[in-house]
Write a protein that binds this ligand. Structure first.
Ligand code: 6PG
Length: 237
């Protein structure tokens, strides 16, 4: 559930091992590995290490996104751009296996478009069951683009929605709780002292999901893991 690492390097190595192990197991069992990548800055180091592992079964890996900013893929804020810079620029990653959210479209259209992409990938299942969902944690307790007191928190049927974040004055596209909680495994990567209070509020206490959206991530598989560094863990009891 919770693994505390002395430093970011140790955390990234553990995340790399987890990704690699899960990828091999999923390909072995089901012939492919479906993963929803986290955005933001924390996972950059992991993606850069994955870029040094051409031997992983990349031709069987379907790289999806947990959320995206409502910007074109060449924009500085784009998660697709960040993942391209760190990982998917590598020749061993086939672009046909990289499924970015087309956030250059109007947000609601981008969300509907991505839901169709996922329905194609998951053969119109009841819910897409990702083998792995990687998530980060915001200082306000958001995860993916499920921000406190935003509309997306209440979505129970759509797989992907657009979400206006008043506090930031931006639009986002995000997977919804039903999709995150259908995942076989969810891995949070959390580093830095600035995340300490959000991590404490996520793991301890009785805060409402509206206030700390990361508390709403409870995969029915039960496979929920937090890989955190000492600084992020510094407010835990
Ligand atoms: C995004 C992410 C978001 C992120 C947190 C933490 O698009 O920004 O998906 O949920 O994980 O905001 O971001 P950092 O890793 O940059 O602290």
């Amino acid at each position: 559930m919770l693994h505390v690492f002395d430093d970011t390097e140790a955390l990234v190595e553990a995340a790399l091992d987890a990704f690699s192990g899960l990828a091999h197991a999923a390909v072995e069992k089901r012939g492919r590995f479906t993963v929803a990548l986290a955005g933001g800055s924390t996972p950059r180091a992991l993606y850069a290490r994955l870029a040094q592992r051409p031997e992983l079964p990349w031709d069987r890996v379907e790289l999806c996104f947990g959320d995206e900013r409502a910007v074109p893929p060449d924009h500085a804020d784009s998660n697709a751009r960040m993942v391209h810079e760190t990982l998917t620029h590598e020749p061993f990653v086939d672009p046909a296996h990289v499924h970015r959210m087309r956030a250059e479209l109007p947000p609601a259209e981008a969300a509907a478009d991505y839901e169709q992409t996922l329905r194609g990938l998951f053969a119109d299942a009841e819910l897409p069951r990702f083998d792995l969902v990687l998530l980060g944690l915001g200082t306000d307790g958001h995860t993916a683009s499920l921000f406190p007191h935003t509309k997306a928190l209440g979505e129970r049927t759509a797989w992907v929605v657009d979400n206006h974040v008043d506090k930031l004055g931006v639009d986002r596209i995000t997977l919804t709780y039903p999709v995150l909680n259908a995942a076989d495994r969810v891995l949070f990567l959390v580093t830095g002292a600035d995340k300490a209070n959000a991590l404490r509020d996520t793991l301890e206490g009785t805060a409402a999901i509206e206030d700390v959206p990361a508390r709403g991530v409870r995969p029915s598989s039960g496979n929920l893991m937090f890989l955190v560094d000492r600084a992020a863990a510094s407010a835990l009891s």
